[in-house]
Design a protein around this ligand. Structure first.
Ligand code: 5GP
Ligand code: MG
Length: 177
């Protein structure tokens, strides 16, 4: 289908910087912050945010990842069947602020599953969410604390997030069905 650029390379990079600075605004030295990227592109975005924080704050930021997939075959009920492939979260998240990072927020089902996974794992005092793109169409009362860009989409459209580490360049495109 028809492809439209909705974030250029410059815009993606400036946006990631802005998101990192918003975290510093909220959390100062970020000393009880743990970043958790959701595979696959959420991990790369989280790693970039981490790099900005570490450079700016001059200290290490704890980092983990969550590999979670949803079976999308039965899309008609909220009874999600998440597949937690791999959880790699630092030990000792109790009492910490856990910042989940994903590329795109759509229905909210992935984040709901991620919340269940991390709450099974430990007792953080707070969980926040950062996404590069919020494309709307939520089916659960979930919203992100940090949003790179809100993009109005039709349900059958697709947002393609290209990340240099994986795709060779940074860009966000909207694909019409
Ligand atoms: P949700 O669970 O909120 O419906 O969808 C969010 C998850 O599915 C995210 O992990 C995201 O990577 C993926 N996703 C959903 N819609 C899109 C989309 O339009 N583009 C991309 N790149 N990923 C999407
Ligand atoms: Mg994903």
């Amino acid at each position: 289908g028809n492809v439209k650029t909705v974030m250029t390379e410059d815009e993606v990079r400036r946006t990631v910087d802005r998101l990192a600075f918003q975290v510093i605004e909220n959390h100062g030295e970020c000393d009880s912050l743990v970043l958790v990227g959701i595979q696959r592109r959420g991990v790369d975005i989280a790693a970039r945010v981490r790099a900005v924080l570490e450079e700016r704050l001059g200290r290490d930021i704890e980092f983990g990842s969550l590999d979670i997939n949803l079976y999308r075959d039965d899309w008609t009920t909220l009874d999600v069947q998440p597949m937690i492939n791999k959880t790699d979260i630092p030990s000792g998240v109790d009492g910490k602020t856990l910042l989940l990072v994903d590329d795109v927020l759509f229905t909210g089902r992935t984040i709901r599953a991620a919340l269940e996974a991390v709450l099974d794992y430990g007792r953080p005092s707070r969980i926040e969410l950062m996404v590069l793109v919020d494309r709307g169409h939520r089916e659960l009362p979930i919203q992100a604390n940090y949003v790179g860009k809100q993009i109005a989409t039709a349900r059958n459209e697709q947002v393609d997030v290209l990340i240099e580490e994986i795709d060779g360049r940074d860009e966000v495109q909207l694909q019409h069905a």
